[in-house]
Design a protein around this ligand. Structure first.
Ligand SMILES: Cc1ncc(COP(=O)(O)O)c(C=O)c1O
Length: 387
């Protein structure tokens, strides 16, 4: 028999996405999956991406195997962008991965292989796939609540054992929208060093919070302080390359021997899993990041996306009376509505978000902002502050 333990569950996201697609009401609005949409509701290909693709097509690069580590030029350009500091980049060794998820999985496998007794400290609510990825790699997790002041996270680190790991999102936390201030990153770095806990940073939404460098600054400061770290990077959001599955996994260490070993281990894990990463998305990112003109175009487009998200967020905060929403950052917004209110939002108004209250802001056309805000007020009537 193929399935000896057939009972399993699916992520409600995909069921709700199918329900929304089947909803015949013309006003139905899909605020579920984390894909950026412009004001017309399209999920556009960025101009810089299109220009890079045209160049690649003209040059007809080879379709030969790229090897388990992928493109060295892509990795160099990504490392320069993320770490923005030659000394930090010199401490980083990486491999190209199958998007952010692939990077998370390879690094989780690496952490499990190099420290079978480790516990991974994970803030909750977590990105829905984090617990599954850690479990798939055989890692034990201990959860603590995600709070704006980071107090539970710092307490968890203070109670951890040397070699344990803290999984932390680099900015624009999915789903809470929290971006840690630099002072908290500094405090965290000191606690990690004190306890010998290894940071595992997941960078997925850089550029969509307070600005590209602003979003990466906290991580950069932390990485300058700690002796070892691992960083998973997704190119899905910042370059809109969702279905190209583009990302990178980096290991940072003061010890050159550890870096070499870690990279070989990552290559071996990749080799035994999918052998080699897909090349096209990484070639696009490489083309953009190694040409100042394309880099400039990409940064401008990313900034346009960020500003659109910010104006939608501020607009919703004002129109709903939930003023605290303005403090969130990134593509997602968590509404202060319970599952019953989110169900009302869906069934009475055709606005689809997750039962946890998470909505994809980019799915709201600005012309419908007032209507969506009114629907949120109506669905959450018991909770809405009176104006
Ligand atoms: C926090 C976080 N990390 C990682 C990912 C993985 O992204 P991808 O595998 O599409 O690059 C996502 C996707 O939604 C995410 O929200």
């Amino acid at each position: 028999m193929l399935l000896t333990r057939p009972r399993t569950t699916t992520d409600p996201l995909w069921q709700l996405t199918a329900d929304c697609a089947g909803d015949v009401r013309p006003e139905r609005l899909d605020l579920l999956v984390g894909v950026y949409r412009d004001d017309s509701g399209a999920a556009p290909v960025m101009d810089a991406v299109r220009a890079a693709e045209l160049r690649l097509a003209r040059r007809s690069p080879s379709k030969a195997y790229v090897g388990p580590a992928g493109s060295e030029r892509f990795l160099g350009a990504m490392s320069a962008l993320l770490f923005a500091d030659d000394r930090l980049s010199a401490r980083a060794a990486g491999v190209q991965t199958v998007a952010g998820t692939g990077a998370l999985r390879l690094l989780a496998e690496l952490l499990a292989a190099t420290g079978p007794d480790r516990t991974v400290l994970l803030g909750t609510p977590a990105y829905v796939n984090h617990p599954a990825i850690l479990a798939a790699a055989g890692l034990r997790t201990a959860i603590h609540p995600v709070t704006a002041d980071g107090s539970a996270m710092l307490a968890a680190v203070d109670a951890a054992r040397p070699g344990d790991v803290l999984l932390v999102q680099g900015c624009c936390h999915n789903p809470t929208g929290l971006s840690m201030p630099v002072a908290l990153w500094d405090e965290l770095a000191a606690a990690l060093v004190r306890r010998g806990v290894v940071p595992f940073v997941d960078q997925a939404y850089f550029g969509l919070g307070d600005g590209l460098d602003e979003d990466l600054e906290g991580m950069r400061r932390l990485l300058r302080t700690v002796p070892d770290a691992v960083v998973a990077v997704s190119a899905s959001k910042a370059w809109g390359l969702y279905n190209e599955r583009t990302g990178a996994a980096f290991v940072l260490s003061d010890d050159a021997g550890h870096r070499t070993q870690a990279r070989t281990l990552l290559e071996n894990i990749a080799r035994a899993s999918y052998s080699q990463p897909p090349a096209h998305g990484a070639a696009i990112v490489e083309e953009i990041l190694t040409d100042p003109v394309l880099t400039g175009r990409w940064r401008t487009e990313l900034e346009t996306m960020r500003l659109r998200l910010g104006s939608l967020r501020d607009g919703l905060a004002g129109l709903t009376g939930f003023t605290g929403l303005a403090d969130q950052r990134g593509m997602f917004l968590t509404l202060p509505l319970d599952a019953a209110a989110m169900l009302r939002l869906r069934s009475d108004h055709g606005v689809y978000g997750l039962p946890s209250g998470r909505v994809n802001l980019a799915g709201i056309p600005s012309s419908r902002l007032a209507e969506v805000a009114a629907a949120i007020r109506a669905a959450g009537r018991a909770l809405v502050p009176s104006s």
